[in-house]
Design a protein around this ligand. Structure first.
Ligand code: PAD
Ligand code: ZN
Length: 374
């Protein structure tokens, strides 16, 4: 029996209040309104960003909320006026791409103005499509993938290869694309260069994959968890170091190791102190430091202004600089053509009902990416 136009009762993981664990609940998922699409989620990753949100670090959110943004699924139905997406299509999402705003029209920019609206944690008409126990539940990043179904905007849905395994390519909705693109698009890593990556989680390892694809000669992994080194080397790191093994600050260690500093340095942790260390590790004139990690709203950076005198640069990067609808289908095709190793990022797979176990695995550093199956 078709569910088009009807409310679907389904399972979702809700966080009721800041700092609470996930609670598995039955929710009512309203049908999509105009220019919206309802998706049956087939798989979703748990990203470092949700880990930060669970710690209720100063990331502006409204509660109760259904988090999750690293998902892939199948279009169940579409709202009025939807023309680019059809029922049954394999879908994927990242940032929105309206194609009309100043960011979308800029060749190098991917932060579509319509994504900012997602920060209200509501759909464009200012309401939610999720209800639970009579309460309206907030969306997250216009995705909310920790649910069997979700409703998102048409301009955030990307059509991908119908044969792509959704339980793997869901990582293109965030972690992999973010890290890989930070190296390729934001830093523009050059062949033969010396790179360093601070933080060897799913995002940092994807940065390593990007540096390797760009032909970097040296890729130095930096993490306080030594358990991460084996996988980092498997992905392309040429050496790995733990800042806690040295008496000197890590930037001095990196200068000792490289002679003149790192040419492309990435911070994939989201900590103001490691951003400062990553910047100070860069070559004094042509060194480029890219902040990939999410810093809490209001986080202040303490960096020596003189570091910029000689030409170093510091850049931010969101979703790896990819324009979602335009670029992600090609990345998925490259994966299908085995151009890079995405599968190595997936260390665990669990039922969505076990999402709090996935949180524990991430907290204890035992997991790179845990795929949750709704
Ligand atoms: P993760 O928690 O799997 O990885 C973080 C890694 O950093 C772990 O291996 C830690 O051991 C390591 N670490 C923590 N503190 C330190 C330290 N002081 N020195 C060295 N290493 C340390 O997270 P992830 O890889 O999923 O995400 C990483 C960050 O990227 C996180 O801040 C997340 O919010 C952000 C992110 N940004 C975007 C974007 O578009 N910019 C997208 C997705 C994720
Ligand atoms: Zn736009």
């Amino acid at each position: 029996m078709s569910t088009t136009g009807k409310v679907i009762r389904c399972r979702a993981a809700i966080v009721w209040n800041p700092g609470d664990p996930f609670s598995i609940e039955e929710v009512e998922m309203a049908p999509p309104k105009a220019k919206e699409v309802r998706i049956k989620i087939m798989a979703t990753g748990l990203c470092g960003t949700e880990m930060k949100m669970l710690k209720s670090e100063n990331i502006r959110l409204h509660y109760p909320i259904i988090m999750g943004h690293e998902g892939a699924g199948i279009v169940e139905s579409v709202g009025e006026g939807v023309s680019s997406v059809k029922t049954g299509m394999n879908g994927h999402w990242g940032l929105s791409q309206c194609g009309e705003c100043a960011s979308c029209l800029n060749f190098e920019d991917n932060f579509c103005i319509q994504f900012k609206q997602a920060q209200t944690n509501l759909m464009p008409d200012g309401t939610s499509r999720f209800t639970c126990k009579g309460k309206s539940i907030y969306h997250f990043a216009n995705t909310s993938t920790f649910s069997e179904y979700t409703v998102i905007k048409e301009i955030s849905v990307t059509k991908i290869d119908a044969t792509a395994p959704l339980e793997k390519v869901c990582l293109f909705s965030c972690g992999f694309s973010t890290g890989y693109g930070a190296a390729i698009n934001t830093a523009k890593v050059t062949p033969g260069s010396v790179c360093a990556v601070f933080g060897l989680g799913g995002v940092g390892l994807s940065v390593i994959t990007g540096c390797k694809a760009a032909g970097a000669a040296r890729i130095i992994g930096v993490d306080i968890n030594k358990e991460k080194f084996k996988k980092a080397k498997e992905m392309g790191a040429t050496e790995c170091i733990n800042p806690q093994d040295f008496k000197k600050p890590i930037q001095e260690v990196l200068f000792d190791l490289t002679g003149s500093g790192v040419e492309f340095c990435f911070e994939a942790i989201g900590n103001p102190d490691t951003v400062a260390a990553a910047l100070a590790s860069c070559h004094e004139s042509h060194g480029v430091c890219v902040i990939v990690g999410l810093l809490a709203a209001g986080a202040q950076l303490s960096v020596d202004g003189h570091l910029f005198f000689s030409g170093r640069s510091l850049k931010g990067s969101v979703f790896g600089g990819w324009k979602s609808r335009e670029h992600i289908p090609k990345l998925v095709s490259d994966y299908m053509a085995q151009k890079f190793n995405l599968d190595a990022l997936i260390t665990h797979t669990l039922d969505l009902g076990k999402i709090n176990e996935a949180v524990e695995l991430m907290k204890t550093g035992k997991c790179i990416r845990c795929i949750l199956l709704p």
